[in-house]
Design a protein around this ligand. Structure first.
Ligand code: FAD
Length: 326
């Protein structure tokens, strides 16, 4: 039965290409995948997710560390429904911080505020995340607040500002180049950047589908703003995690690093687990710091299918993964 479904999908894929209707095909796949057996979704998810357990994440992190690559760990579990789930997520992070410390892994932590109840109770979310950041700070480690979709942006900036006031060395934020507001957000947060303790942002394109009124849509436009935001950060001596797999952006970043003579302790490149490993290695070989985002956890199924709904473009990556695995 499953073979029939596979061949039907491949047929539709080829048809989609022929008709140049990739967008429609991607949407179609994204909408039906949540109804597929978990095993099927795992075929592609395993390329992008370290595994279900902490032991899986530790093993993959050690492997990346052995290649000279740092990690940032993400326990999957965003968009929860109750604060009990938020508590549970916090407990998992506290355990993870201990475990990373014990195993000597070169890594830090990425946190999605909705995993800690941002959309249920902002104050409770702050308290839970504060506990995690405080624990990480106790080990001189670092927590990155991931940026989620636009209804969360103001709340996530506010959360960052509050945590940063108490832990300026141990917490950073993600900014999304596709949002029209990002440049102005960076300007507003400039007063948080102090000599000796630079603010620390991860710059990414942004993964959610956002309304055209508030976001750039075209590839060229997004890339242009990405490089403008990056230049702004270099000029203002902000630490930046250059998060992209896009070769032209990586080359643009190299140029800016040369132009501003940016010291190696003021930036790193970042990529997602399992994505463009050859390009990643070329950056490491060129002598730049690299960090890989390693998601793991029991909630991988919800994470994968939600990602697909948010961005059906991912469907073509799934198909590629299926073909690659034969
Ligand atoms: C470390 C890290 C953390 C991130 N954190 C956030 C966050 O907090 N909030 C947020 O909104 N977004 C986040 N993102 C996602 C980001 O916003 C982009 O959606 C994603 O990185 C793809 O953009 P790109 O810059 O690689 O360029 P693209 O133009 O999308 O991709 C360039 C090329 O990279 C390859 N590629 C990209 N993604 C994949 C993939 N999944 N599988 C296979 N190949 C791929 C393809 O070959 C593609 O042609 C993060 C990304 C990274 C690397």
């Amino acid at each position: 039965m499953i073979n029939v479904i596979y061949s039907r999908i491949i047929e539709v894929y080829l048809w989609g290409h022929k008709k140049n209707s990739c967008k429609m095909f991607n949407k179609f796949i994204a909408s039906i995948l949540p109804y597929f057996p978990k095993k099927f979704i795992w075929i592609f998810s395993r390329s992008y997710i370290a595994g279900e357990s902490m032991a899986d994440a530790i093993r993959e992190s050690k492997d990346l560390n052995s290649k000279g690559i740092m990690v940032t760990l993400d326990v999957l579990g965003e968009f929860i429904k109750t604060l009990d789930e938020a508590e549970e997520n916090k407990r998992e992070y506290l355990e993870l911080i201990e475990e990373i410390q014990r195993s000597g892994i070169k890594g830090n932590f990425s946190l999605k505020p909705t995993s800690f109840g941002l959309l249920i109770d902002q104050e409770a979310c702050y308290r839970l995340m504060r506990e995690i950041v405080a624990k990480a700070a106790g080990y001189n480690s670092f927590c990155r607040i991931d940026m989620e979709d636009s209804p969360c942006t103001d709340m996530e900036i506010a959360l960052y500002r509050r945590l940063h006031a108490e832990f300026p060395k141990n917490v950073g934020l993600v900014v999304q180049a596709y949002l029209k507001r990002t440049h102005s957000d960076l300007e507003k947060m400039l007063n948080m950047n102090t000599p000796g303790i630079p603010t620390n942002y991860r710059l990414c394109k942004g993964i959610y589908i956002e309304p055209a009124a508030i976001s750039y849509k075209k590839y060229e436009e997004i890339n242009q703003h990405y490089l403008e935001d990056l230049e702004f950060m270099f000029k203002n001596k902000i630490y930046v995690g250059i998060a992209t797999h896009d070769k032209p952006l990586i080359e643009g970043a190299y140029e800016l690093i040369r132009k501003y003579n940016v010291p190696k302790n003021m930036y790193e490149f970042q990529m997602l687990y399992g994505v463009t490993p050859k390009l990643r290695q070329s950056i490491v070989d060129a002598g730049h710091a690299m960090r890989v985002y390693v998601p793991f956890g029991k909630k991988w199924f919800g994470y994968s299918t939600r990602r697909l709904k948010e961005n059906p473009k991912m469907a073509s990556h799934i198909i590629k993964a299926i073909f690659n695995k034969g």
